[in-house]
Design a protein around this ligand. Sequence first.
Ligand code: DQA
Length: 146
Amino acid sequence: MASVLVLNGPNLNLLGTRQPDVYGTTTLRDIEDMCRVHASKIGIDVVFVQSNYEGALIEAVHEARETHAGIVINAGAYTHTSIALMDAIASVELPTVEIHLSNIHAREPFRHVSYIAPVAIGQICGFGAHGYMMALDALALRINPK
Ligand code: DQA
């Protein structure tokens, strides 16, 4: 079964209590549980990594090359700043879906820029936790085209 890395960046470990008006009250653990259930329905395996450190996220992307068929990434604020993370994703050449809980395009102008988008197969944002299931669907279709 194809395996997908679900990578979450800085501050996403605080979901549930972090700015619930923006990000909702679903915790990261809840999202992981929802992803596991959904992944088994669509026939993929999921592995989760969360880190508040840019270098750890980059290393997780490098390691994914050996073990995973694709990546779902919510890079948090590194989305808007990290050329290094963009380069890592470009280097491993794994299909990658960018996801955000909030609609980054409807927020502050600095959130409208994504360094991940140019190296992703697509971006999903604004659908809250459900966006992760949409990202898994998109990736599963790319990995195992029907
Ligand atoms: C986020 C949006 C980012 O702008 C922000 O820095 C986050 C969360 C989202 O999921 O909506 O940390 O990636």
